[in-house]
Design a protein around this ligand. Structure first.
Ligand code: RTP
Ligand code: MG
Length: 140
């Protein structure tokens, strides 16, 4: 199995409740290595650009504004099959459907304030990593 990288975001609902360490422990326990990480405050324009793929969805405006209320922690996670492994430990988008022990089952407040984002393919991971990080910031 190939070593991959994926882009992870600990969302404002989670940073507001001081959950960064607990969420990182779930990732590390799953064998994902944090090879880059920074805490930033997204502007409306940055959040809108990041989620441009969802611009025609009814929840777009609300999602974008929810991403700017508090800081986010953006990170690059590395490991075997990292994209899928990360999505497994995040759990389903809707926390009511998320499997026990997943980040969203443990911590999410709602379908929108669901604590974490993860890239959904290796191709999108490369695009999303480049959105936030330069090569020199990623230390494998
Ligand atoms: P993500 O992209 O954040 O890792 O999550 P995902 O693939 O599970 O969910 P996606 O369908 O890509 O949606 C992106 C984010 O939009 C919010 N959302 N709100 N109100 C709603 O029905 C709704 N549906 C999605 C969530 O914050 C979701 O993570
Ligand atoms: Mg998604």
């Amino acid at each position: 199995m190939a070593v991959e990288r994926t882009l992870s975001i600990i969302k404002p609902d989670a940073t507001r409740r001081n959950l960064t360490g607990k969420i990182n422990a779930v990732f590390e326990d799953a064998g994902l290595r944090i090879v880059a990480q920074k805490r930033i405050r997204l502007t409306d324009a940055q959040a809108g650009a990041f989620y441009a793929v969802h611009k025609d969805r009814p929840f777009y405006g609300s999602l974008v504004s929810s991403m700017t209320t508090d800081p986010v922690v953006v990170q690059v996670l590395e490991g075997e099959n990292a994209v899928l492994k990360h999505r497994e430990v995040m759990g389903a988008t809707n926390p009511a459907q998320a499997a026990e022990g997943t980040v969203r089952a443990q911590f999410a407040e709602s379908i929108e304030a669901n604590s974490v984002h993860g890239s959904d393919s290796a191709e999108n991971a490369a695009i999303e990593i480049a959105f936030f990080f330069s090569q020199i910031e990623i230390v494998g």
